[in-house]
Each structure stands twice: as structure tokens, then as C-alpha cells.
Design a protein around this ligand. Structure first.
Ligand code: NZQ
Ligand code: ZN
Length: 379
């Protein structure tokens, strides 16, 4: 096992009817900015529940964070934080809203003039405003990590900071019942691939990390059908919510190598062609396994045996089973399925080069020629 440090300060409040706990979690004198998306929280009553729990405090709202949250949108919320002397920011939504909330908090507290510095990783922020989340979509793990992904120009940029852990996140599985099937499929794949990015590398004797990773993958497989086809099955949905938080709260990736290649390539595809985050992962992961079969062999074989019960060690069979699982959720696994053409490969590669993301993998040895091969395999 590799050396590591682990610290995660986010308190999780999990379960039915937990939104009311906001009254206990947010100071009575707080001036609260509630950040949310394009309206689902209004439509399904979540915002009302949040406001009622926060009764007595000065409440402001910022509506309109879009999927794959854009810098320009979030900067409007930064203005409100400053003008209204906000002392607490509460994100209520999915990954886009939670990421956006983290960015708003950092940008409002960054002293530099040009807030795009945050997208380049060239900034220092010494303190931020207290921040919490109410999760409405299980997928990204943003509720218990310090990362955010922000769209700007033709790219998506990771913004990670130690001060971006929420103080608390409320995870009430029942408020996710209103999600359309497509978002649940995306969420299952996103959680699944968060695990594989921290697991399908090379063995370092991280037995406990491997078993935890396999446990999450198996749980996702076990509940996928149930939670897709019977959204109000509490047992299945609560396991999806907790699986997706555990998949990216840092714990399974400590002490083992990581390879975020599927995500990095996927982000460029979302930025260029507008595919959902989960849709890109379902296409790219099988292609990565295929092209990197030699480097990842031991872990792919272990995954095949322990997650899909494939005992032959046949990599093609294991890739087929992975694609089959994604297909069973209603997701497509080829770039061509979304109208992307082989000649677009160069465009994707060029953007990766421009964004300085052309040395990928657990060892940094995947440069443009190999990325091109992976993209070809994705057709
Ligand atoms: O905007 P509203 O109206 O709220 O609708 C949203 C949105 O259209 C809707 N929705 C959310 N909760 C709902 C609901 N509809 C009905 N009922 C509910 N309870 O779902 C749609 C998608 O929401 P979004 O937040 O965009 O989805 P997701 O949670 O998949 O987040 C994707 C974003 O997270 C980033 C992705 O890159 C992408 O920008 N990621 C963040 C990560 C992190 N912070 O660690 C890691 C991930 O790998 C990922 O990159
Ligand atoms: Zn993801």
C-alpha cells in the first residue's frame, strides 16, 4: 500500500425527512444564499422544505445553475454573495449545483481581480464562507469531496481546494425519487466509473481498498435494476445514494494508484458535443480497458472475477460484460451512437493538448497517439 494522508471534514446527515435538520446545522443569525438549478427543486417542493427549515434567517436565492455549470452564470452569484453580505451558502441540487456552489464560495473569497485564475489553479484563498449542501441527485460525490468541475469557453476545468469541503451534506434518498430515469442511469455509471478510476490500475497490495471498491461496484450492480424501475424502493435508492457518495469521498483512492483518464477524455467530449457526463464515461471506460489491457491486466482480471464472476481471465469477455451493464441501464457505449464522426477524433485530441491533458493514466504515459487509439476503439 502507498503512503497517504486522509482528511474529510464533511458531516453527513442521511435519511428520510432530514432537510428539517438545517435548522440545527445553520446558525440562527446566518444570511443564507440558497443556490439551485433550473427549477426542479421548486417544482418538486424541495426548496419550500429548505426555506421552511431555515425560517427566521435572512434568505436570498440564486436560481439557474445549468448542468455543467458555467463560469459566467456562477459569477452572477458571486455578486450576490458580496452585495448581500452572505454568511452561509447552501447548494440544493445535483453535482452541477454543488460544484457551482463551491466555485461561487472560492471566487467570492479570492482577492485577485481575474477569477478565471481559479480555473488555471493559480490562486490562493485563505478562508471561505460556511457552506452546506442538500443533495438531489446521487452521482458525483461532490457532496463529500472538495472538487468542482466548471465549464468555461470550450473546456471543463477541475477546481479543487481544501476549503471546498461542505461543512455538512444532507442526503435524503426520498428527494431523489423525482429524478428521470436518464439521470439515475447517468448517476449509476458515474459512481461506477469513479470507483474504476481508483481501482483499475496496478496492484499495490491495497487489499482493503480493493475490497471496498469491489463492494461498491457490486452494490451498484445489485440495486441498478431495482432503483431504475422502481424509483420509490427506499432500500435500493438509499443504497445508490450512499454508494455514490462513498465512490468519491476520497476513501477508496487513498494508498492506491489512480487513473482519471476516462473522466478527462469524457470532459472534452461533453464540452465539445454536449453529451451528459455519465454518457461519456459509458463510452470511454470500455475503450480504455481495451487499449490498456496490458498495463491494467491484473486488476482487470480481478475485477472480472470478483464483480462479474468471469473466471476465465478473458479481457474481451470482461469488457463485454462492462458494456452490457451500461447498456442494461439504457446507456449507449459508442461515440457514433451520438452522431460523433471519426474525423472528430483530432478535434478531441487537439483540445486535450490545448488544455495540457495529454499525459494521462496511472503512470502518465498515455500521450496523444494512445488517446487517439482509445477514441478509435470508442467507435
Ligand atoms: O437544474 P435542475 O432543474 O435542478 O435539474 C437537474 C438537471 O437538469 C436535474 N435534477 C437534479 N435533481 C433532481 C433533478 N430532476 C428531478 N428531480 C431531482 N431530484 O438533473 C439534471 C442534471 O443535474 P446535474 O447536477 O447536472 O447532474 P450531475 O449530478 O450528474 O452533475 C454533473 C456535473 O458534475 C460534475 C460533472 O462534470 C458535471 O458538470 N462532476 C463533479 C464531480 C465532483 N465534484 O467531484 C465529479 C464528477 O466526476 C463530475 O465530473
Ligand atoms: Zn464523474
Amino acid at each position: 500500500m502507498l503512503n497517504f494522508e486522509f482528511h474529510n471534514p464533511t458531516k453527513i446527515i442521511f435519511g428520510k425527512n432530514t432537510i428539517k435538520e438545517l435548522d440545527r446545522l445553520v446558525g440562527k443569525q446566518a444570511r443564507v444564499l440558497i443556490v439551485y438549478g433550473k427549477g426542479s427543486v421548486k417544482k418538486y417542493g424541495t426548496l419550500d422544505k429548505v426555506k421552511s427549515a431555515l425560517k427566521g434567517r435572512d434568505i436570498f436565492e440564486f436560481e439557474g445553475v445549468e448542468p455543467n455549470p458555467r463560469y459566467e452564470t456562477l459569477m452572477k452569484a458571486v455578486e450576490i454573495v458580496k452585495k448581500k453580505n452572505i454568511t452561509f451558502i447552501l447548494g440544493v441540487g445535483g453535482g452541477s449545483v454543488m460544484d457551482g456552489t463551491k466555485f461561487v464560495n472560492l471566487a467570492a473569497n479570492y482577492k485577485g481581480e481575474d477569477k478565471t485564475d481559479l480555473l488555471k489553479g493559480e490562486y490562493e484563498v485563505e478562508s471561505v464562507i460556511d457552506m452546506g449542501m442538500v443533495l438531489t441527485l446521487p452521482a458525483t460525490g461532490s457532496e463529500m469531496n472538495c472538487g468542482a468541475v466548471i465549464s468555461y469557453g470550450d473546456g471543463k476545468f477541475p477546481v479543487k481546494h481544501n476549503l471546498s469541503y461542505p461543512i455538512f451534506s444532507i442526503l435524503d434518498p426520498e428527494i431523489t425519487y423525482t429524478l428521470p430515469k436518464k439521470q439515475i442511469s447517468n448517476g449509476i455509471v458515474d459512481s461506477f466509473v469513479h470507483v474504476t478510476e481508483q481501482y483499475l490500475t496496478y496492484p499495490v497490495g491495497g487489499i482493503v481498498q480493493d475490497r471496498m471498491a469491489e463492494g461498491i461496484l457490486l452494490a451498484l450492480k445489485d440495486i441498478a435494476d431495482k432503483t431504475l424501475n422502481n424509483p420509490t424502493d427506499y432500500e435500493a435508492r438509499s443504497n445508490l445514494v450512499w454508494s455514490s457518495t462513498l465512490a468519491l469521498n476520497g476513501i477508496i483512492g487513498k494508498g492506491v494508484p489512480q487513473d482519471w483518464m476516462t473522466h478527462v477524455i469524457g470532459h472534452e467530449i461533453t464540452a465539445l458535443y454536449g453529451l451528459d457526463h455519465g454518457q461519456t464515461l459509458a463510452i470511454i471506460l470500455p475503450a480504455v480497458m481495451d487499449i490498456r489491457r496490458k498495463e491494467k491486466r491484473e486488476k482487470i482480471v480481478q475485477y472480472g472475477e470478483r464483480v462479474f464472476d468471469i473466471k476465465t481471465g478473458n479481457i474481451d469477455e470482461i469488457i463485454k460484460a462492462t458494456r452490457g451493464f451500461f447498456n442494461s441501464l439504457g446507456l449507449k457505449t459508442k461515440l457514433g451512437d451520438y452522431g460523433i464522426k471519426e474525423e472528430d477524433i483530432e478535434k478531441i485530441c487537439n483540445n486535450l493538448i490545448r488544455h495540457k491533458r495529454d499525459n494521462l493514466s496511472e503512470t502518465g504515459d498515455v500521450t496523444t497517439p494512445i488517446i487517439r487509439e482509445i477514441l478509435k476503439k470508442a467507435f
